[in-house]
Design a protein around this ligand. Structure first.
Ligand code: APR
Length: 233
């Protein structure tokens, strides 16, 4: 693999699949069991807050019984040993990148371990069920919601992401179907700035045609292999 100086990585649910966390659109995935409009939209939350709070409480509780896998650990090794610039952007709301050793993770869709107060709009660490209607630690109102970006809401830190996509020399997409924008459009942003683009996924994603190179296989195998190549330069 050629020498790169500035790498942007985007991960999706596929990087956590081998840890036992369901993806969204694979067979048996999350969106086969729950309607997006019921549990992942502001309208669904307004219509039935208990259903939504319970859905995210269950997903957060499930984190206690899963572990990061070799792909998460490989990206943490890359962060520790790569001498150039590295930005790790994840669409995932799980904490497996951090538990796998990554220190600087940009959660563009938010995090299960964070709560957002709908009264004062402050964020706070979440370690109790939202269904218990805990008080916001800042304004004391019992109005906490998941700090997760729902459909129709703006993903976090987009300016920082586009700035990195405009200057990177390699964009790597790992474990994402390329079905949801704006993340699905990042590969084209990178291409427009002349970056090489690499897809590491179980199967071709919806955006495969935009990648200069695609490798298909399980993240737990192909991500450590790729990291080894990059670090061996
Ligand atoms: N290794 C590598 N890739 C895998 C593996 C694996 N073990 N298992 C599944 N995949 C791939 C699938 O082939 C698929 O392309 O991971 C991708 C998962 O796609 P989705 O389920 O659509 O998840 P994602 O792309 O992260 O969804 C994006 O959609 O619903 C919203 O906010 C949600 O962040 C999510 C966004």
């Amino acid at each position: 693999m050629a020498k790169f100086e500035r790498i942007v990585i985007l991960t999706g649910a596929g990087i956590s699949a081998e840890s036992g966390i369901d993806t969204f659109r694979d067979a048996g995935g999350l969106w086969e069991r729950h309607r997006v409009e019921d549990v992942a939209t502001p309208e669904g939350f307004a219509r039935n807050p208990d259903l939504v709070l319970g859905f995210y409480d269950a997903r957060r509780a499930a984190l206690e019984s899963v572990e990061p896998n070799a792909a998460h650990r490989a990206l943490a090794r890359l962060e520790a040993e790569f001498t150039g610039d590295l930005l790790l952007v994840t669409q995932n709301v799980d904490n497996l990148h951090e538990r796998g050793g990554s220190k600087d993770v940009l959660h563009m869709h938010g995090e299960l371990s964070s709560a957002l107060c709908t009264s004062c709009e402050m964020r706070s660490p979440l370690d109790v069920p939202l269904l218990d209607r805990p008080k916001c630690p800042v304004c004391q109102a019992p109005t906490l919601r998941p700090d997760v970006v729902w459909f129709g809401e703006m993903p976090y830190r987009m300016e920082r992401i586009y700035e990195a996509l405009g200057t990177c020399d390699l964009f790597v997409s790992i474990g994402t179907s390329g079905a949801v924008y704006p993340a699905a459009g990042f590969v084209q942003e990178a291409l427009m700035n002349g970056a090489r683009t690499l897809e590491l996924n179980l199967e071709p994603s919806e955006g495969s045609r935009f990648f200069t190179e695609s490798r298909h296989g399980r993240a737990g195998e192909i991500v450590p292999q790729w990291v080894e190549e990059v670090l061996e330069g």
